[in-house]
Ligand binder design. Structure first.
Ligand code: IPD
Ligand code: CA
Ligand code: CA
Length: 265
């Protein structure tokens, strides 16, 4: 498989997608809700996903595509080459802030991550990794992750998980949030994952993400020696919703063993 050529195409398309998104800032968005009033989608999310699908089908008709907005294939397995695409991750931020969102593309072969691309459009920052060849930010190598302790770590997590909610026992998360140096909540899984990759935050925890939210970030973080699992410490499932715990190796182990082990996830 010519990964260099797939990578070159993916990079070119993600930059073109960024240009389209930037020019949409001048226009009025068409905003709809999906599963609930806070689950938003715009015409741009849909247009960008369709843009990628047109490009991929034109050059790689044998590849499969899993896209958030549903224009790709309905996949029951990860056999072959699969593109996992989130055209805009952080749609709520895109609508309200015109920043703090990203385009996220993971390319997997038989379930193994090969390429990860996350484009922070507002900052023109492209995070990128090919498995086995290092991870880069705008072409500059990102250093390997350093170990941190909980006390000196910033954790990215949504406030939902430390207040009463209908998914998890929030009491499990409170000690972790209290012991950490600080917590942050950016509202975009893709960027929160590249913030782990670049050491801007030390860990990211989310209870409910989709494969297109974490596919690209997982490739980038693992390339830098970081660990990506669900909150039970198991490998992520790329065919369904899953939780995510990602951090540098030492911190990941401590969070799992000392804080999350009693959770009924
Ligand atoms: C969402 C963002 C958010 C996360 C949600 C995702 P979207 O993606 O990544 O940070 O908490 O679970 O659905 O809908 O903006 O692509
Ligand atoms: Ca998303
Ligand atoms: Ca999205």
């Amino acid at each position: 498989m010519n990964w260099e050529s797939i990578d070159a195409h993916a990079k070119q398309w993600i930059k073109e997608a960024g240009d389209k998104i930037r020019s949409s800032f001048e226009k009025t968005l068409n905003i709809e809700t999906k599963s609930n009033p806070n689950d938003l989608v715009t015409n741009i999310d849909k247009e960008i996903e369709q843009f990628f699908i047109g490009k991929i089908r034109g050059v790689y008709p044998q590849h499969k595509i899993m896209g958030e907005e549903g224009f790709g294939d309905e996949l029951k397995s990860l056999e072959g080459i699969v593109w996992l695409i989130d055209p805009i991750d952080g749609t709520m931020n895109f609508i309200h802030q015109q920043r703090n969102f990203a385009v996220s593309i993971g390319v997997y072969e038989n379930g193994i991550g090969k390429i990860g691309l996350i484009y922070d459009v507002a900052h023109d920052e492209l995070y990128h990794a090919i498995s086995g060849e290092g991870a880069y930010l705008n072409g500059k190598p990102i250093p390997l992750l350093e170990e941190t302790t909980v006390k000196e770590s910033i954790l990215a997590l949504n406030a939902t998980w430390v207040m009463e909610n209908h998914r998890i026992d929030h009491n499990i998360m409170i000690p972790l949030a209290r012991d950490a140096r600080g917590t942050r909540s950016y509202g975009t899984a893709a960027l929160e994952m590249v913030f782990v990759a670049t050491g801007r935050v030390d860990a990211y925890i989310s209870m409910r993400l989709s494969p297109w939210d974490f596919a690209a970030g997982a490739v980038i973080i693992q390339e830098l020696g970081g660990i990506v699992t669900n909150v039970r410490g198991e490998p992520l499932d790329f065919l369904t919703l899953d939780s995510v715990l990602t951090a540098n190796r030492g911190l990941h182990q401590v969070i799992l063993k000392d804080y999350l082990k009693d959770g009924k996830w």
